[in-house]
Design a protein around this ligand. Structure first.
Ligand code: AMP
Length: 467
């Protein structure tokens, strides 16, 4: 049987801090720096040594916390979460971190990623008495922890996680510690750092450390569990059998912030190299190279460099609308492109324009952009994409639609070019992408491009049968 637990699907950012009198305020700032990883809801849970305090709200970090709300979040330990989910799950009850009482004390959880056997586990837990309060995969972990008979919480957490499959970078908050865990394949990033006063911080991306003046010490290893007790030595545990590293390559292509360095590779440098490689693979006679802002900017710089053509901002982005992808309805999305981008006639008119973006999902954005560039008088429009065709949905935490909606899943490159109405279309090859992100040193998950899924999952029939 094919099915997939879509309601749990969410892209997210997590932040945690241990041993700081301003834990909530610093978590708030950390979440600001991770806002690109999720704009739907934000939340912080703190611990004052005895009790958890929580605040969660729909919307951006800035809108979710008042000074009063932050003031109520007392304690020296905190975890925070920003969430980005698919349509239909936009409810406060699914916002994180979750906070629950267990027989081993209160526990908060913040999760970036996606479990692939959550539905099976949930069905089993419900049939044996568990009552779920959210649609999210993460609650499955909480129930498994609550049922564990192990003595201490790190053991309970490890026991629970040995039963789940999928991608997870997780932060747990207990009365006395923050426990950070990366799944055995290390699909989603997670890193640890230190503030000058000695407090330890953990975050999805090191850009959150830069904002608060913390040093990025290192990334957690795949499968690592780091127990961070207030005033104690860090304990690094390896509770899972070793597995090949499968860091999500799309973090480099699109998702992470360019100022972050993940697995030793700066995201901006990787994106620029993706652009250079793209131009080598798909040269074009360019009068001007134009990025689709913001996601295409570093790659377009690399393209311009190799083509020896001027790089210009021929499309101006309004920063007062969200990413168009967030809009749940197709009708609004179409309009959204115009709301978000405006062409600069003087840059584009009469030119052979090479327009660069990081990816094509449904194709609607690129089609609008090509039309926009033609309408102001470009001589020709050449679309260049700094990743391979997106043909497969992600089951590990990136919000990609079903195969039916992915244009490259069902159309040839010629058909896509005709749909976009461009003069030429070039996608980066899989090998070129992996080379550009420096994949030789480690393994990557590239399932959305290749269909090679490193972790088992059960898929809905509508997701495409053969996958
Ligand atoms: P589409 O119109 O569906 O082809 O959307 C393409 C645009 O969505 C590109 O500009 C990408 O930068 C952006 N994009 C790609 N993947 C995602 C994602 N998972 N979430 C949000 N935006 C995305």
């Amino acid at each position: 049987m094919w099915y997939y637990n879509a309601p749990g699907r969410a892209m997210c950012g997590v932040f945690g801090i241990v041993g700081h009198p301003e834990a909530a305020n610093l978590t708030y700032l950390g979440l600001h720096a991770l806002q690109h990883r999720g704009q739907e809801s934000a939340g912080i849970v703190t611990c004052d040594g005895a009790r958890l305090h929580q605040h969660r709200a729909m919307g951006l970090v800035h809108d979710s916390f008042t000074p009063e709300a932050l003031g109520r979040l007392q304690g020296r330990l905190a975890i925070g979460h920003v969430r980005y989910s698919t349509a239909g799950t936009s409810e406060l009850r699914n916002a994180q971190p979750l906070a629950v009482a267990t027989s081993a004390g209160p526990v908060g959880v913040a999760h970036n990623g996606n479990l692939t056997n959550a539905q099976e586990l949930r069905a089993h837990l419900e049939s044996t008495g568990s009552i779920f309060q959210t649609d999210s995969d993460t609650e499955v972990i909480v129930h498994l922890i609550a049922r564990s008979t192990a003595q201490d919480l790190p053991d309970r957490i490890a026991g629970a996680l040995r039963q789940v499959r999928g991608a997870y970078s997780l932060l747990f908050l207990t009365k006395s510690a923050v426990i950070a865990v990366r799944d055995p394949h290390g699909v989603r990033p997670l890193c640890v750092g230190r503030l000058p006063d000695g407090a330890t911080v953990v975050a999805s991306e090191p850009t959150a450390f830069d904002l608060i003046g913390a040093d990025h010490e290192r990334d957690l290893a795949p499968g690592e569990m780091l127990v961070l007790g207030d005033g104690e030595e860090r304990r690094s545990l390896a509770p899972f059998p070793a597995a090949p590293e499968k860091l999500c390559v799309f973090e480099y292509v699109y998702f992470a912030r360019p100022d972050s360095t993940i697995a030793g590779r700066n995201v901006y440098a990787a994106r620029r190299e993706l652009g250079r490689q793209l131009a080598r693979e798909h040269p074009a006679r360019a009068g001007v190279v134009v990025p689709v802002p913001d996601s295409g900017v570093p790659a377009a710089m690399g393209v311009a460099e190799v083509l020896g053509a001027p790089f210009e901002l021929g499309l101006i982005r309004s920063h007062y609308v969200g990413r168009t992808f967030i809009e749940p309805q197709q009708s609004i999305r179409h309009f959204g492109v115009k709301l978000k981008l405006a062409p600069v006639r003087d840059v584009l008119a009469g030119k052979d324009v090479v327009v660069v973006d990081d990816s094509i999902v449904r194709g609607t954005t690129s089609r609008k952009i090509v039309k926009m560039i033609r309408d102001v008088g470009a001589s020709s429009v050449h679309v260049r994409i700094s990743s391979p065709p997106t043909r497969w949905p992600c089951f590990y935490g990136i919000d990609t639609p079903t195969r039916r909606e992915l244009i490259a899943a069902s159309h040839s490159l010629d058909e896509i070019a005709r749909y976009l109405t461009c003069d030429s279309l070039g996608y980066l090859s899989l090998e070129g992408m992996l080379k550009a992100v420096g994949a030789s040193a480690r393994g990557h998950c590239h399932a959305c491009f290749s269909g090679e899924y490193p972790i088992d999952f059960v898929m809905q029939a509508e997701e495409g049968g053969e996958g």
